[in-house]
Design a protein around this ligand. Structure first.
Ligand SMILES: [Zn+2]
Length: 364
């Protein structure tokens, strides 16, 4: 297996274009063409994790948090990041990270948290804007099925749980093939009219390049006429946080206790609420304060996240519980998620869940 197989696998599920602007997900150390035989899975890359990789004879580290966020101007080992990089390079260990791109997909980090809590009827809490486009192309009737299939196989036409969603209407296309052209139908220098279908479908922005490539290959014309329109629609499976429901409502105090145990939290910081039952649960792994208002709008009874600041705890005004279970605690099961992702596709590839607890925060 090569590093690029791992990249392709992760980036099919969580395309890099879905990461936040401050992020640095993807392959950070190593070459896409390098062979790999064993990977260590971790939340953070620390020196202890790189040492563990060396001891385990692993040649790859798959991490949630990127080791590098900012530009590095020297590599002398003066801090932990530099020491990790030097060690990894010396031992030919690739480092791959899937961070906010994995936060922003339905089957990513928050799915794992929802699984652990047992949430049903899940939806993205704050779907991202500007993630969909409408592609319209004009295809001779003889090739409509071929083009439709190619577009859908490349990632177009997915609406919720339905695939191959397209629409077409018949009409007449006209063109004059100029000097130097070799038209699929018609003759040079003569206005031609052809029965064509206007084929339209929705495309996630991250898949547009490959869908256009599929269009060019499947369409019989030398010059393919197409339009790409921006859409106001949001992609229901791309965005931040998740909201779902408990099968049966639970008492606030019992639910908080359950969360504390499930996420092995040494402490849970929470606010009180007027409701004493929990049914609707909003979650965001990591630092999720930016979603408090979205959770309120979605009528969540509780919002579970990490890294909440003092003043942010005031926002719900007792309409919703905020439970800060800790950044690391909320994301710890990401290791299991990555394990699942890799073994599902490459069942024989050796994987090791890091035994290092990289959480730097301790409680008295
Ligand atoms: Zn995080």
């Amino acid at each position: 297996m090569k590093v690029k197989d791992l990249q392709r696998l992760f980036e099919t599920i969580a395309p890099l274009s879905l990461q936040e602007s401050y992020d640095n997900s993807g392959l950070l150390v190593g070459n896409s063409n390098d062979e790999i035989s064993k990977a260590i899975i971790t939340i953070d890359v620390t020196e202890a994790v790189v040492d563990e990789a060396i001891a385990e004879n692993a040649d790859c580290i798959i991490a949630h948090h990127p080791l590098i966020f900012k530009g590095i101007k020297k590599l002398t080992g003066s801090n932990e990041i530099e020491r990790c990089l030097i060690k990894a390079i010396k031992h030919s260990i690739a480092i791959y990270c899937a961070h906010t791109n994995m936060d922003n997909v339905f089957v990513g980090i928050n799915k794992m948290i929802a699984d652990k809590i047992g949430l049903i009827s899940r939806q993205i809490l704050a779907p991202s804007k500007d993630t969909l486009v409408k592609l319209v192309s004009f295809v001779p009737t003889s090739h409509i099925q071929q083009v439709r299939t190619a577009l859908c196989n490349a990632g177009a036409g997915q609406i919720g749980n339905y695939s191959d969603c397209t629409f077409s209407t018949e009409g007449k296309g006209t063109f004059t093939a100029n000097e130097g052209s070799s038209p699929f139908v018609g003759e040079q220098a003569k206005l031609h009219t052809e029965v064509e279908e206007r084929l339209e479908t929705v495309v996630p922005k991250y898949a547009l390049a490959q869908v256009l490539q599929a269009l060019q290959s499947a369409h019989p014309y030398e010059e393919v006429a197409y339009d790409v329109f921006a859409l106001e629609n949001v992609h229901p499976q791309i965005g931040a946080g998740l909201i779902g429901e408990l099968e049966n409502p639970e008492d606030v105090s019992e639910f908080l206790q359950r969360i504390k145990t499930t996420f092995k939290a040494d402490g849970v910081r929470y606010t009180e609420s007027k409701n004493n039952k929990i049914k609707r649960v909003a979650i965001c792994g990591g630092a999720g304060s930016f979603l408090i208002s979205a959770a309120l709008r979605a009528k969540a009874d509780i919002f579970i996240t990490g890294d909440v600041k003092y003043h942010d705890f005031f926002i719900p005004e007792n309409k919703m519980v905020i439970a800060d279970i800790g950044h690391y605690e909320s994301e710890q099961y990401t290791k299991e998620l990555f394990y699942e992702i890799v073994t599902k596709k490459f069942p024989k590839f050796a994987l090791h869940l890091s035994k290092v607890n990289t959480n730097p925060i301790k409680y008295l």
